[in-house]
Ligand binder design. Structure first.
Ligand SMILES: Nc1nc2c(c(=O)[nH]1)N[C@H]1C(S)=C(S)[C@@H](COP(=O)(O)O)O[C@H]1N2
Ligand SMILES: [Mo]
Length: 309
């Protein structure tokens, strides 16, 4: 995410970093096959077992683990891409609970262990497109968000779902240092949240989530820009009105509520027509809904996607 205050600094960081990434992933990719092996250097050993492969996975080449875990947006732990990999290690992710409340018949507080067992875990290899025009392909592990939603029985008043990240001021940056209001918040319309492609994610590359990627539980919404995929969730609230979202609060002109990947709607300061995949040199065309249009376009039938960006 680029903050209004410092557009040029942020922009100029991107090219050298990508050259560096592409050299490393070339070396790492040589003798290996398969999602976990394509990961490059081995992730820490906290394997998740019994993970089914999902038919929703892309067959595109998985981005190396080291690139995905060292080029992060997690503003609470630094505004440059390499900072969360070290600074997020200070976050205490156990014990962990997620409070689910609002317009539901069965509000409850779930321990992270209950979330891990809520539904069969699947590996979903998804494309992930940041609004900053870089992308990655990640073997996430999780289950459809709709499994949790069904458990708490939303009432007819539940039109949107609001998500909130943990706020731990002992280890996180201040609001002024992070440049965003905290805690980080995001939201989905109810039908988006119920869509089978939207997952609660607890792992990556066969392992538990890395802290910089949102441990112990995050959202992954692959047809939307990456900032909708909120990390380290502690609260989920079902509400009647469209909830506030962090990047819209920070800069409403540049970031709307829907945030669907749309190559035809430029960001006010750069084109969204193409993207650079981490580890690759040449840019590729950005696809409508990040390539998930067949599955999700129907959700937005009749909406003006330029107005509802
Ligand atoms: N709490 C929190 N969640 C967040 C962010 C953040 O700064 N804080 N950044 C978002 C953005 S802009 C992107 S692109 C993705 C990046 O996820 P990744 O670092 O796992 O690739 O996380 C999203 N979720
Ligand atoms: Mo992003």
């Amino acid at each position: 995410m680029l903050i209004q205050r410092s557009p040029d600094i942020r922009r100029s960081e991107i090219t050298p970093k990508h050259l560096y990434l592409s050299r490393r992933s070339f070396l790492a990719a040589l003798p290996m096959t398969g999602a976990a092996l394509a990961a490059g250097a081995a992730p820490p050993d906290n394997k998740l077992s019994g993970i089914a492969k999902s038919p929703f996975s892309t067959t595109e080449k998985v981005t190396p683990y080291n690139d995905v875990t060292h080029y992060n947006n997690y503003y609470e732990f630094g505004t440059s891409k390499d900072q969360p990999a070290s600074l997020a290690q200070k976050l205490k992710t156990s014990p962990w609970t997620v409070k689910v409340e609002g317009a539901v018949n069965k509000p409850q507080v779930f321990d992270i262990d209950a979330i891990m067992k809520m539904a069969p875990l699947e590996e979903r290899i998804y494309r992930h497109r940041c609004v900053e025009a870089w992308s990655i392909v990640v073997p996430w592990i999780g289950f459809p968000l709709n499994a949790l939603i069904k458990k708490v029985e939303p009432t007819e008043k539940a039109k949107f779902v609001a998500f909130q990240t943990v706020l731990d001021q002992r280890v996180m940056l201040s609001e002024s240092a992070a440049g965003i209001p905290l805690p980080y918040v995001e939201g989905l319309r109810m039908d988006e949240a119920m869509h089978p492609l939207a997952i609660l994610c607890v792992g990556m590359y066969g392992e538990a989530l890395a802290k910089q990627d949102g441990a112990p539980v995050r959202l992954v919404v692959p047809w939307k820009y990456g900032f909708k995929s909120i990390k380290s969730i502690v609260k989920i609230k079902f509400v009647e009105k469209q909830p506030p979202t962090t990047w819209n609060l920070t800069n409403a002109r540049e970031y709307g509520f829907y945030s669907n990947v749309n190559p035809e709607v430029d960001h006010p300061r750069w084109s969204q027509a193409s993207e650079r995949r981490l580890g690759e040199f040449f840019r590729r065309k950005t696809l409508m809904f990040n390539g998930y249009g067949d599955q999700v376009a129907q959700l937005y039938a009749g909406m003006d996607l330029r107005k509802n960006y």
